[in-house]
Design a protein around this ligand. Structure first.
Ligand SMILES: [Zn+2]
Length: 141
């Protein structure tokens, strides 16, 4: 049991270092791409969600009027199915803002698919605050 924890911690530390390295240029604008979304989805899934998350059913890079990203649920009453689509903006102020946004939307996905929650910015949402902190990420509205 103890051994497992050590392995997990070292992955957190490695991830934290990677994020630090990756976000060092705070003045540099970040252009969103599917490769980074895919890679960081895997990294965050392992470091924040114990690999429990299923990927978004679809990912779109588009202009968003409110907020900097969205996790949108599409429900088909006719087919009786639902799917979750991640929407990310084409550009971010810097890479840190991109990573904060992606991880934020992943918490919404976790709430709605794993916990069958409303996906609001509620207690469940903010229960990730400390986990985020350990990776130098910021969880906010
Ligand atoms: Zn949100």
């Amino acid at each position: 049991m103890k051994k497992k924890k050590i392995v997990k911690d070292s992955y957190i530390v490695r991830t934290k270092k990677r994020i630090l390295r990756d976000t060092i240029e705070t003045e540099k604008k970040y252009t969103t791409n599917f490769k980074d979304i895919r890679n960081y989805f895997k990294i965050f899934n392992k470091s924040l969600f114990n690999n429990k998350l299923n990927p978004f059913n679809d990912v779109m890079i588009k202009r968003i009027v409110r907020g900097s990203g969205q996790c949108v649920e599409y429900i088909s009453y006719r087919k009786g199915t639902n799917k979750f689509v991640l929407e990310m903006m084409p550009k971010y102020k810097n890479k840190m803002e991109f990573l904060n946004t992606l991880s934020h939307e992943m918490v919404h996905l976790w709430q709605q698919t794993i916990k069958k929650d409303t996906g609001n910015h509620n207690k469940l949402f903010f229960s990730f605050r400390n986990k985020f902190k350990r990776l130098n990420l910021k969880l906010s509205y």
